[in-house]
Design a protein around this ligand. Structure first.
Ligand code: SF4
Ligand code: SF4
Length: 459
């Protein structure tokens, strides 16, 4: 029997010892994984299941009981679904988007020929990062102001609004224009997926001389990459949905799924992409604003001073924290002393330092809700379905467990931020960052992290 020890050792080395070149081709190592991706029926099956669950959630939100303790759709949407997506960022990048139910109706309309077979204009790709950030701001704002986590109807409307956006764009342009350009969730997932341990990439040696570019353009009746990328152009995790659609299209067996060090892409990109430049500071600001809203009495006083208006109080808080996050990123760039390159143009080296904090911050926020509410799921479902046997399944996750788990995750985020700063300062910009500046960058990242530690402490 072949020993698995060298493979495990190799995997651990890739994950824990930073080496930009080191990666493991998972399709070669585990051929069944490639077969899974290449067989499109698997994806169709999972998608159908997702579409069905999604439809049931919307029906339960629209027509089910509106008391939060009698409608399980709230916990499934905000607790299981969204927390699961956040957790998936680290492990599988944007793969969630490959199964996402939002483009389902649009895909169906396209199959029926009810769409304009055109590509989105260039202006869309130019301004989409701003539009997606604005949409994300709107969702976070609506979630906080309308207390969506407690309102089945508001949650169902949110899902329907995103479904409407995805469907509308699917009738206007071919493929998944919504997923590529506008989806606010996709932009957050894409930005956070830069921290993923997986990357979907083509073997550019095999692509050399390719005339068909079938991965992007499609072949025969089979359409190409749904987000107009193509495996050969997937150079980061921002856009590729890891949907595997291009695998059977490519005659040269070029696309592959690779295991890599989680900080590799952050270090290589150095905050070069517009998407991250806006999404990451907004994600940080929105998390801290939500913590302040839910965990401090100060916020209630602030709200009273603003005519008891949740909308006004949260808007001011969010805008202030967003400006503060942009200031931290600017200050970080000054401390790095290098934020422009002849080859790449401008970049924001503080953004990759903050990505691990933004990722763990979102995970902490969602996990806290999940762990506090999971014990009520059985009774809530029981009340909704009239099954008294389920009502007896109530339990509580010990507070101490939740507390230490969230503290541990926050500490991991800080560790990731400090290590990214170290890699940037001493590898990428070797000799360019003064030592005292480096310590100031560490202090800045620690200060941001201290805010999270402060809020995790309050429960
Ligand atoms: S991935 Fe395949 S189809 Fe796409 S460019 Fe490379 S060789 Fe051509
Ligand atoms: S490059 Fe391939 S895996 Fe990535 S989104 Fe396009 S079709 Fe899907």
């Amino acid at each position: 029997m072949k020993s698995t020890t060298p493979l495990i050792r190799k995997i651990l080395k890739i994950l824990f010892v930073y080496d930009e070149e080191a990666r493991l081709n998972l399709f070669e190592t585990f051929p069944r994984l490639r077969s899974f991706f290449a067989n499109r029926r698997h994806f169709a099956l999972i998608r159908s299941f997702g579409d069905l669950a999604f439809t049931l959630l919307i029906i339960a939100g629209l027509f089910g009981p509106q008391e939060p303790e009698r409608n399980a759709m709230l916990f499934v949407s905000w607790g299981i679904w969204w927390t699961g997506i956040v957790l998936s960022w680290f492990f599988v990048g944007r793969m969630w988007c490959g199964f996402c139910p939002f483009p389902g109706v649009g895909r169906l309309l396209q199959r029926l020929g009810l769409y304009r077979p055109k590509l989105p204009p260039r202006s869309i790709s130019k301004y989409c990062a701003y539009a997606a950030t604005a949409l994300f701001a709107l969702i976070v704002w609506a979630e906080a102001v309308f207390h969506m986590k407690h309102s089945p109807l508001a949650t169902a409307f949110l899902l329907l609004t995103i479904l409407f956006g995805a469907t509308l764009l699917a009738t206007l342009y071919k493929g998944q224009a919504w997923c590529r350009h506008f989806c606010p969730l996709g932009k957050i997932i894409g930005s956070a997926a830069t921290l993923s341990i997986l990357e979907f990439r083509a073997d550019l040696e095999k692509c050399r001389g390719c005339q068909t570019f079938a991965c992007k353009r499609g072949k025969g009746n089979i359409p190409g990459c749904p987000v107009y990328l193509g495996a050969y152009a997937a150079r980061n995790n921002l856009i590729c949905l890891v949907c595997g659609h291009c695998i059977p299209l490519c005659d040269r067996d070029s696309p592959g799924l690779f295991l890599r060090h989680p900080l590799k892409e952050l270090v290589i990109n150095k905050g070069r992409h517009l998407t991250c430049t806006y999404i990451i500071p907004f994600l940080l600001a929105s998390q801290i604003a939500r913590f302040i809203q839910e965990k401090t009495s100060w916020y209630q006083g602030f709200k009273s001073a603003l005519f008891h208006s949740e909308a006004l109080a949260f808007s001011f808080l969010l805008a202030f924290l967003f400006a503060l996050a942009l200031f931290v990123i600017r200050l970080g760039a000054e401390l790095f002393t290098i934020y422009e390159d002849e080859l790449f143009g401008r970049f924001s080296p503080m953004v990759p330092v903050l990505v691990p904090l933004a990722f763990t911050g979102e995970l902490v926020y969602r996990l806290e809700y999940l762990l506090h509410e999971i014990g009520n799921f059985g009774p809530t479902l029981g009340k909704q379905l009239g099954l008294s046997s389920l009502e007896a399944l109530s339990f509580r996750v010990p507070e101490a467990f939740i507390h230490y788990l969230l503290l541990g995750i926050t500490a991991l985020g800080l560790l990731g931020a400090l290590y990214t700063a170290h890699l940037l300062a001493f590898r990428e910009f070797e000799g360019l960052v003064p030592r005292k500046n480096f310590f100031a960058i560490l202090a800045l990242a620690s200060l941001v992290s201290a805010v999270y530690f402060y809020f995790v402490r309050i429960y």
